[in-house]
Design a protein around this ligand. Structure first.
Ligand SMILES: *[C@@H]1O[C@H](CO)[C@@H](O)[C@H](O)[C@H]1NC(C)=O
Ligand SMILES: *[C@@H]1O[C@H](CO)[C@@H](O)[C@H](O)[C@H]1NC(C)=O
Ligand SMILES: *[C@@H]1O[C@H](CO)[C@@H](O)[C@H](O)[C@H]1NC(C)=O
Ligand SMILES: *[C@@H]1O[C@H](CO)[C@@H](O)[C@H](O)[C@H]1NC(C)=O
Ligand SMILES: *[C@@H]1O[C@H](CO)[C@@H](O)[C@H](O)[C@H]1NC(C)=O
Ligand SMILES: *[C@@H]1O[C@H](CO)[C@@H](O)[C@H](O)[C@H]1NC(C)=O
Ligand SMILES: *[C@@H]1O[C@H](CO)[C@@H](O)[C@H](O)[C@H]1NC(C)=O
Ligand SMILES: *[C@@H]1O[C@H](CO)[C@@H](O)[C@H](O)[C@H]1NC(C)=O
Ligand SMILES: *[C@@H]1O[C@H](CO)[C@@H](O)[C@H](O)[C@H]1NC(C)=O
Ligand SMILES: *[C@@H]1O[C@H](CO)[C@@H](O)[C@H](O)[C@H]1NC(C)=O
Length: 400
């Protein structure tokens, strides 16, 4: 190869023209003009939904309320609730700097939009509440920059492919409320940065929880309600040291609660109701910030751990329909925030602490079908809220 030689004078003029004569702003506005063209095409391909009628050629996309720009280039697209009923046009990936795409709550039909594989910088993808169907493609990990993926509340079915475990920086994964009728992979346990996992309400084939889920050291939110889980909760869930909200309710789980679960420092919500769990409730209660504990409708035996009487943040304690025996923990009647106390249908005995209702405003107090003796606590209604037996449906709250 022959080398071309340039004189210093050439370099001077070259850089002079490049950096001095052409104002930087022109470079920027050129980018944004191109991106406006892309967006106006996109608008047309989406069937000109009235919701984005403000997109026009005489304004800057960075000023449109659905758009967010970074250094003069479109990086975020907020198309949630825009009455979009077409498929996602491939041209969307001509927005080369797109990192964030929200298409939540539209009427988008069809299979998983693999056309988005061409959006190589995409980090946040929200497809929740549309009409997507079919399987998750086995090469979904081509969206390799994803930090957050939400495909919940669609009609996806089949298996969740092992490649879902290959996103190196994924922090949040929501797949709940679909029609997944196959399996989910143990490779989810490879998502070492995962903080939030929502898989609830899917008709998976009956499966055990993979041991690998216990490796998710950063997981603080685990929602697997109603997913046909069988077998035991892996003992290594003791290792989920970041766990705060834990919901495996309405499954067919059996066996004991992992021995150190209630020692996870920041645990606040534990919903394990409506399973076939048994043995004693672990005695060690060191998760002092527990707010809601629902272990009802299982087969727990033994007494209620004394530690429950020391939980100053506890609002809900539901232990009804088990085989619990013994007396209530001392202190349980004096908790300052206790609102719901439901222990009916057990074999509990002793007297009901007389302090119930004095230190907190009770809204539900259900103790029937036990072997308690003595008087009803006389200040039960001191808070003025309790009105006989009340059913309150505590759906697991999504904290997003
Ligand atoms: C799709 O939306 C457009 C406007 O946003 C509307 O004109 C059209 O009727 C809709 N089509 C269907 C099939 O709902
Ligand atoms: C273009 O949109 C802007 C707001 O986004 C609006 O103020 C302006 O009137 C629109 N121009 C035309 C020609 O529709
Ligand atoms: C992407 O952003 C960079 C700066 O952040 C900019 O230089 C570049 O032109 C943008 N690319 C496109 C295709 O807009
Ligand atoms: C990505 O873009 C290229 C070039 O436009 C195209 O050939 C390819 O089919 C696209 N890939 C997907 C998955 O849409
Ligand atoms: C999604 O599934 C529901 C429940 O099975 C069904 O009623 C609905 O028609 C499905 N919608 C689409 C777009 O497939
Ligand atoms: C799963 O659901 C899909 C879509 O409804 C259906 O075609 C398929 O037969 C189902 N598979 C099983 C194993 O039930
Ligand atoms: C992912 O997990 C599987 C099984 O859990 C394991 O065999 C594999 O080595 C893991 N892959 C990576 C890249 O860590
Ligand atoms: C739990 O974590 C500890 C240290 O963090 C590790 O030594 C142990 O092997 C883990 N146990 C399981 C079953 O993963
Ligand atoms: C518990 O929460 C505190 C406050 O948010 C945080 O600093 C700490 O790292 C958390 N502990 C664990 C084990 O995640
Ligand atoms: C509890 O155990 C008994 C006896 O083993 C069994 O008959 C019953 O179905 C179990 N109940 C639950 C909710 O698992």
């Amino acid at each position: 190869m022959s080398e071309t030689r340039f004189t210093p004078l050439f370099f001077f003029f070259f850089f002079f023209f490049l950096f001095i004569s052409i104002p930087i702003t022109v470079i920027h506005s050129q980018t944004i003009n191109d991106e406006r063209t892309v967006l106006l095409n996109l608008k047309q391909q989406l069937g000109n939904p009235p919701s984005i009628s403000s997109w026009n050629s005489s304004s800057s996309p960075c000023d449109w309320s659905e758009i967010y720009c970074t250094t003069g280039s479109v990086t975020e697209l907020y198309l949630n609730e825009k009455d979009i009923n077409s498929t996602i046009p491939p041209s969307i990936c001509d927005l080369k700097n797109l990192t964030f795409l929200d298409l939540t709550l539209n009427f988008i039909l069809g299979e998983f939009p693999i056309t988005l594989y061409n959006c190589s910088k995409l980090q946040f993808l929200y497809l929740s509440q549309n009409y997507f169907v079919g399987q998750i493609p086995s090469d979904i990990d081509r969206l390799s920059s994803l930090i957050s993926l939400d495909i919940s509340a669609n009609n996806f079915s089949g298996n969740i492919p092992p490649s879902i475990g290959k996103f190196p920086v994924l922090r949040s994964l929501y797949m709940h409320q679909n029609l997944f009728n196959g399996t989910f992979p143990k490779e989810i346990g490879n998502l070492s940065n995962l903080e939030e996992l929502g898989m609830a309400y899917n008709p998976f084939v009956p499966m055990e929880i993979p041991l690998e889920f216990g490796f998710l050291k950063k997981l603080w939110y685990l929602w697997m309600k109603g997913t046909n889980l069988i077998g035991e909760i892996p003992e290594n869930f003791n290792n989920l040291s970041s766990l705060q909200q834990f919901d495996l309710s309405i499954n067919n789980l059996e066996g004991p609660i992992p021995s150190d679960l209630f020692s996870i420092e920041n645990l606040t919500i534990v919903y394990l109701f409506k399973n076939h769990l048994s043995n004693e409730i672990p005695r060690e209660i060191n998760a002092l910030n527990l707010v809601e504990v629902d272990l009802s409708q299982n087969n727990f035996t033994g007494s209620i751990p004394e530690g429950f009487g020391k939980l100053q943040s506890l609002r809900f304690l539901n232990l009804f329909s088990n085989q619990l025996t013994g007396e209530l923990p001392a202190g349980i009647g004096s908790l300052p925030l206790l609102r719901d106390f439901k222990v009916f249908q057990n074999r509990l005995s002793g007297v009901l602490p007389s302090e119930f209702g004095v230190y907190s405003k009770l809204e539900a107090f259900e103790v029937s079908e036990n072997q308690f003796r003595g008087e009803l606590p006389e200040n039960l209604c001191a808070g003025g809220v309790l009105q006989g037996k009340r059913e309150i449906d505590l759906g697991f709250l999504s904290t997003r």
